[in-house]
Design a protein around this ligand. Structure first.
Ligand code: DQA
Length: 157
């Protein structure tokens, strides 16, 4: 059985569809899960799509990913901007990581410009709404096909 890509969602993302739709759009997390799974299926990948409001649960899932996943797509929500524990868990996972946000965090409040996820990520996708989940799966398919070296950068050439 091939391992899945873990697509992990943090705080308040269970409220998508009703939460600040002008910023986050009208799709629910279930809608986004469906489009993520469809894109992954088309690319021959499996996904394990999850959401939690708990920072500790996210850390537990990142530890689980080390053994059970081929890569991690992470929208940590507000924990992105606060959680050293999540950064440590991402580094410990030793897997390709893509940081994801629905909104363009750099067009928003200054406190959203810092990310504790970015130092552990191969790349960042933000500002494309739900479509970003599909873009992240496409980027992950490339990273898996062309594994990163220990430096965390994709192999050259
Ligand atoms: C978010 C951006 C974060 O700043 C915010 O706290 C969220 C959602 C996004 O997907 O745009 O909860 O990660």
């Amino acid at each position: 059985m091939s391992k899945p890509v873990f697509v992990l969602n943090g705080a308040n993302l269970n409220l998508l569809g009703v939460r600040e739709p002008a910023i986050y759009g009208a799709e629910t997390l279930a809608d986004i899960c469906r489009r993520t799974e469809a894109r992954a299926h088309a690319l021959g990948l499996k996904v394990d799509f999850r959401q939690t409001n708990s920072e500790g649960t996210l850390v537990d899932w990142l530890q689980e990913a080390r053994e059970r996943a081929v890569g991690i797509v992470l929208n940590a929500g507000a924990y992105t901007h606060t959680s050293i524990a999540i950064l440590d868990a991402l580094n410990a996972a030793e897997l390709p990581v893509i940081e994801l946000h629905l909104s363009n965090v750099f067009r928003r409040e200054p406190f959203r410009h810092n990310s504790y996820v970015s130092p552990a990520a191969q790349g960042l996708i933000c500002g494309f709404g739900p479509k970003g989940y599909e873009l992240a799966i496409e980027a992950m398919a490339d990273l898996i096909a062309r594994p990163a070296g220990r430096s965390g950068q994709p192999a050259r050439g």
